[in-house]
Design a binder for this molecule. Structure first.
Ligand code: SF4
Length: 362
């Protein structure tokens, strides 16, 4: 009988793993060179796919199955090269704006969310829209609308140009000022320093965001807090696991794409918390032999938009290089599942999607 117990390599891996075609790993590419002591991998848990990404990717797959190819997707559905390339092979067409989508076609909005202007542009072109915005991003949109209606001036901590920030900003542009970094605080101009509230992008560094809020509060003592943190559970949990393993690591390797905010943050967090070196790769074949020179302990994690298969490829390469001992560093368990976008909750034959409505443990 097959062993169904999770092993060290699968602990913290997402429950749902989509089988996406990918390039085969080149066996034996990395050499097993001697180091001063035993070699090991510390594997972050949780890592990889979050509930919002899982939902968005399944939404595109279901839309393709329901409506047939092509299905258009505004922006990258999630910030991962492999996921985007795989969905392209299945018939998805990624566009920058809805005016590139033929009238009447089906378009999916990405997990990062869209502004009301995009929704109305899609309606004016009679597009069949499926909104795969992560519910945790939608929560930030709702807060922005509520605060704006209450007459508050919103300081939105987030990266200028990031799609999520553009979408949230678009909810109430005349009420929102973007705070791009802690250093922005000193030069920030506000209308009324006693009428401010802050919000944030969901995928930021927890530490840096708290530093920004501290500096904002020094300048604006009456700054109001949102009812709860906007940095999502997945971002926080992945950073926590890397913080725990980083001090013991000679090198940390994060699987994730360059435009994935939470993946890039994991590299920064690893360095801040004591890793001697840290790198981000899209695929394991980007790992260089010299990164492992003299390294006894290698930390491994992956961003919230990364399929687990890509991490397993990396672990296979590390095994070739002598890192056979894989120890999971577990800081949280996740079993949150989001229901699919409402347009896809029923199959074409009327059957109901089995995914739970609402969240469970995070
Ligand atoms: S990283 Fe967080 S906000 Fe973004 S899709 Fe995942 S759960 Fe949602």
């Amino acid at each position: 009988m097959a062993n169904t117990e999770p092993n060290q390599r699968t602990i913290g891996a997402p429950v749902v793993s989509l089988s996406m075609p990918r390039l085969r790993r080149v066996k034996g590419r990395l050499e097993d060179r001697p180091v001063d002591g035993p070699k090991r991998v510390l594997l972050a848990a949780p890592r990889g796919y979050c509930a919002g990404v899982d939902r968005a990717v399944i939404a595109v797959e279901k839309a393709l199955a329901r409506y047939g190819a092509p299905v258009y997707v505004r922006k990258q559905i999630v910030h991962n090269l492999h996921v985007v390339q795989s969905l392209e092979k299945m018939g998805a067409i990624f566009v920058d704006e809805v005016d590139e989508v033929p009238e009447g076609a089906t378009v999916v909005f990405s997990a990062h969310g869209v502004s009301p202007a995009v929704v109305s542009d899609a309606a004016s072109r009679s597009l069949n829209t499926i909104d795969a915005t992560c519910p945790l991003v939608t929560k930030v949109h709702r807060e922005a609308v509520r605060f704006a209606r209450g007459g508050l001036e919103i300081l939105l901590i987030g990266h200028v140009g990031h799609e999520e920030v553009e979408g949230t900003f678009g909810e109430a542009p005349e009420h929102i000022t973007i705070v791009n970094s802690p250093d922005d605080v000193d030069t920030l101009e506000v209308k009324n320093p006693d009428n401010l509230v802050w919000l944030s992008q969901t995928t930021l560094s927890v530490d840096e965001t708290m530093d920004t809020v501290r500096r904002l509060r020094e300048r604006f003592p009456n700054l109001q807090d949102p009812p709860s943190d906007d940095i999502c559970y997945a971002t926080q949990n992945r950073q926590l696991a890397v913080k725990k393993l980083a001090p013991e690591c000679d090198v940390v390797i994060v699987v994730g794409s360059a435009n994935s905010s939470n993946s890039v943050r994991l590299v920064e967090v690893a360095l801040e918390y004591g890793a001697r070196a840290a790198y981000r790769v899209d695929f394991t074949d980007e790992v260089k032999q010299e990164w492992l020179e003299g390294a006894r302990t290698v930390g491994v994690s992956s961003g919230a938009s990364v399929p687990e298969d890509l991490v397993q490829d990396l672990l296979d390469d590390l095994e070739d290089a002598g890192y056979k001992d894989v120890q999971a560093v577990v800081t949280a368990e996740e079993d949150l599942v989001f229901s699919l976008p409402k347009e896809l909750r029923h199959d074409a034959d009327g059957g109901r999607d089995e995914r739970a409505l609402g969240g469970r443990r995070r």
